[in-house]
Design a protein around this ligand. Sequence first.
Ligand code: GAR
Length: 216
Amino acid sequence: MTISVVVLISGRGSNLQSIIDAVLRDALPARIIAVVSNQADALGLERARRAGIATRVLNHKDFPDRGAYDRALRDLVDEYAPDLIVLAGFMRVLGPDFVDHFDGHIMNIHPSLLPKYRGLNTHARALADGATEHGASVHFVTRDLDAGPVVIQATVPVQDHDTPDALAHRVLQQEHRILPQAITWFAENRLTISGNRVLLDGENSPLQGLRLPTEH
Ligand code: GAR
């Protein structure tokens, strides 16, 4: 089945591009029906336009508080009635007005091996901790920030003399693999949320911790 997807972004949009490319390769049974940004100058909007995808901007600064923004965003996304909403570098925390409405239908890509390093500056924090491995996670979005059930993770070894930028670059390459993979599983109806875990094909073994091998 081909699912309809709305992608939310705030900036560069390289993860959005990985989804667009997977759809174009016929590797992902999805149709991106709109890209929504909270930043009018997000580069990702240009990527969407180039791919012929409808774009919308909803700037959080135009709203008096977080709840008002969440409700306006919910109503905007509802116009498209998507099967799935993908947060691909969307740098706003979404509250219950949005999250509860689309419960089980929102995925986020986060640049760390959750539950480690929720929030911002994940690469610098991993380096400051002396972590030997780092990575990225795709998870379903719940009310708790970066704490929803994990669909898939990819690991990246930390190298001697790594910098946050160098590490971010290598993690991003993995993000571009696991986000289309997670969306594909969703489209194929192979994911089940069970408590705070995700099952693939109903298997009891939790996907949390399932990792793709790192490419060298
Ligand atoms: C990605 O690294 C993504 O994981 C991260 O922002 C970057 C967006 O890059 N998201 C978060 O930190 C969410 N808390 P992109 O715009 O090139 O996809």
